[in-house]
Design a protein around this ligand. Structure first.
Ligand SMILES: [Zn+2]
Ligand SMILES: [Zn+2]
Length: 287
């Protein structure tokens, strides 16, 4: 009953994450074209018709671009907040199977439980989510597009086994970068995106002894560098005693095969699993 996560792509130009157990596959956000999503699913060897549902966090294009296309083409239900769906009407043809959720109410999709919670972000009804494997209790937090990590956001993200955490920009690169002033202040504002430094702070607060993996996500291509984000967040986590893997998701290629089951086992019983070198490298050790 392995629980796996594949970040199909993440960044300011598109976000989509596949979560799977042997029974259930779902996608959180569809911020790429339908064709691009199918190409990325093929890269992780997943057939589109095996996806059970699409879950949308908020209406920004980098999370919704392919939403209508894949809902119609793959004939899958789309879980979306009502106001978010209304603001995506240009992407929808009217015959999609939309199912409205509310922040704070869990949605059970086969073996997976999605729990959406409100975020502070400049969208109409934005949420971030945790996804739990119901049989094992393993929990993945997907925490991007966070202007301010409020008390309720921090509470919802407690005790994740795998944390996918926004590290959008380096504060200096944003200040001196090419964006107009209005966009800079939007990104850095209370309803924008987390900087590397803010991600480091949030990461250390969410750290606990069984945190088994951290993936940095939603990096800006203009105002951040993967090695810089990893250094800032990695050093802060290390100071808290974190020794599990830290990876950075990219815009152009999937970060595939994050085996949450094996990673959690490696942290909980390191003496039993250290020899499985693939696990330490985040590789997939099979079932
Ligand atoms: Zn976004
Ligand atoms: Zn957004």
């Amino acid at each position: 009953m392995t629980f796996r996560v594949h970040v199909l792509g993440s960044g300011s130009r598109g976000n989509s994450i596949l979560l799977e157990t042997s029974e259930t596959r779902i996608i959180v956000d569809a911020g790429f074209s339908g064709r691009q999503l199918e190409r990325r699913l093929a890269a992780v060897e997943v057939a589109p018709d095996s996806i059970a549902a699409l879950f949308i966090t908020h209406e920004h294009r980098d999370h919704t671009q392919g939403m209508g296309v894949v809902a119609r083409r793959w004939k899958i239900p789309v879980y979306v907040a009502r106001a978010t769906a209304a603001s995506c009407s240009a992407l929808l043809g009217g015959d999609e199977d939309l199912r409205f959720y509310r922040a704070g109410q869990a949605v059970d999709l086969g073996e997976l439980r999605v729990e959406p919670f409100l975020t502070c972000h400049d969208a109409i009804d934005p949420v971030a989510v945790t996804v739990k494997q119901r049989s094992s209790g393993l929990k993945v937090g997907i925490a991007t597009d966070l202007g301010t990590p409020t008390v309720s956001v921090r509470h919802a993200l407690k005790r994740c086994d795998l944390l996918i955490l926004e590290a959008n920009h380096d504060e200096l690169m944003l200040r001196t970068g090419p964006y107009p002033w209005s966009l800079k202040s939007r990104i850095a504002g209370r309803h924008g995106h987390l900087s590397n430094r803010a991600a480091a702070l949030l990461g250390t607060e969410l750290h606990h002894p069984e945190l088994a993996g951290v993936v940095l996500a939603h990096l800006s291509q203009e105002c951040n560098k993967p090695e810089l984000a990893a250094e800032v967040v990695g050093e802060a986590l290390e100071r808290k005693g974190y020794a599990a893997p830290l990876r950075v998701a990219t815009q152009d290629e999937p970060l595939a095969g994050l085996n949450v089951t094996a990673m959690a086992a490696a942290v909980r019983s390191p003496q039993l699993t250290l020899w499985e070198s693939g696990i330490r490298g985040f590789g997939d050790s099979g079932n």
